[in-house]
Ligand binder design. Structure first.
Ligand SMILES: Nc1ncnc2c1ncn2[C@@H]1O[C@H](COP(=O)(O)OP(=O)(O)OP(=O)(O)O)[C@@H](O)[C@H]1O
Ligand SMILES: [Mg+2]
Length: 360
């Protein structure tokens, strides 16, 4: 187990800044996901850590030792690529043994370690098959076993589930997480699927445009996003822009259309200069309750209703704009119905001001 530290890590491709001085500490045995849209620098971060890309500036440390200039083979890393990158002309056994042979591990040890890795990913019956005779999920498990068999200090996974169908992806998520916990290996996992990042990680690192926007526990990223952009990227977010009626050390009171006051607890985000006259607050769809007409704090009308298995999704037209709300399937509300929306102020999250470039 190894601690990974990125210190002001910068990577330029010509004039493109793929990483703009990012800093991040991943502790021993931690499972951290890098989450962000295409092109935000997730793969570049992994490639720099693995040593497949030279860094432009900053440092990468493993257990406080600067390894920025070490060759990839000297970094003690197991990596799984999105494309699996299995050797097509080698059987499962040969694929797993390859890394150990390169490291000149004695033959008897190779056999033992390959058998144990194969067992770990439940592939023993497929030992003599070639990759093309395996399903996507099985190939993915071979790639995982091949990364783990060398017993690396750090495991890097770049969208390893992207090629799998939804059901297999769910299974493999649980599988990778259980395995990681059992082996206790420091893991950095890249995905652009927020659900995947939430369900698997100890900590989620949200990236935009080569920068870290927030690094926090999944619950915090979801319930206490650092910015509106994070709020919108991580799940569905209703943003209400409300007039401020008053503010003190205990928080801010805002007013809903119709005059109902809501008291919002102070935000962990940096305080704003001057006395703001409006506050933007976030409510997740499941944090708004649908009630009958005349009830709750904000009237609305059901515009759309979608049954989605475990719950129902509604788009509700209100004076605060269209809000996205989820409710139980036992509730009988139809399109066109007038409803009331009820907010729990304790679950409303005040957002900091929009990024300076938008305010200018
Ligand atoms: N070899 C390269 N040469 C030039 N530019 C590159 C190179 N590799 C990546 N980039 C650029 O660096 C930025 C970050 O790319 P990166 O591959 O890290 O994104 P990503 O977050 O992994 O995206 P995706 O989700 O699409 O895989 C992008 O703007 C990309 O075009
Ligand atoms: Mg990528």
């Amino acid at each position: 187990m190894t601690e990974v530290s990125l210190r002001s890590l910068q990577k330029l491709y010509g004039k493109t800044a793929a990483l703009k001085a990012i800093s991040l500490d991943v502790t021993h045995g931690e499972f951290v996901s890098l989450l962000g849209p295409s092109g935000c620098g997730k793969s570049t971060t992994l490639k720099c850590i693995a040593g497949f890309e030279d860094i432009t500036d900053g440092r990468i440390c493993f257990d406080n030792k600067d390894i920025s200039r070490k060759l990839p083979e000297d970094r003690d890393i197991g990596m799984v690529f999105q494309s699996y990158a299995l050797f097509p002309h080698m059987t499962v056994t040969q694929n797993l043994a390859f890394g150990l042979e390169m490291r000149r591990v004695p033959k008897a040890d190779i056999a033992r370690r390959v058998a144990s890795a194969m067992e770990m990913v439940q592939l023993t019956p497929y030992a003599d098959r070639y990759p093309k005779a395996l399903s996507g999920g099985q190939q993915q498990r071979v790639a995982l076993a091949r990364a783990l068999v060398i017993e690396p200090a750090i495991l890097l996974l770049d969208e390893p589930l992207a090629n799998l169908d939804a059901k297999l992806r769910d299974e493999m998520r649980g599988f990778i997480r259980d395995l990681q916990k059992r082996v206790g290996i420091t893991t950095i996992y890249v995905t652009h699927d927020q659900n995947e990042a939430m369900t698997m990680s100890d900590r989620v690192v949200v990236m935009f445009d080569g920068e870290i926007a927030q690094a926090a526990a999944p619950e915090d990223v979801y319930n206490r996003p650092a910015s509106e952009r994070v709020a919108r990227f991580v799940g569905n977010a209703n943003i209400l822009d409300l007039p401020v009626a008053g503010a003190d050390a205990q928080g801010t009171t805002v007013t809903l259309p119709g005059g109902t006051p809501l008291h919002i607890a102070p935000c962990a985000a940096p305080a704003r200069a001057g006395a703001p006259d409006r506050l933007r607050v976030m409510a997740r769809p499941e944090q708004i309750t649908l009630t009958g007409p005349g009830l709750g704090q904000l009237p609305g009308r059901i515009e759309k209703r979608y049954f989605s298995g475990g719950h129902v999704e509604y788009t509700v037209a209100t004076e605060c704009g269209a809000l996205f709300v989820t409710g139980p399937t036992t509730q009988h509300v139809s399109e066109g119905d007038t409803v009331g929306l009820s907010f729990d102020p304790a679950r409303l999250w005040p957002l900091p001001d929009p990024a300076p470039e938008r305010a200018q």
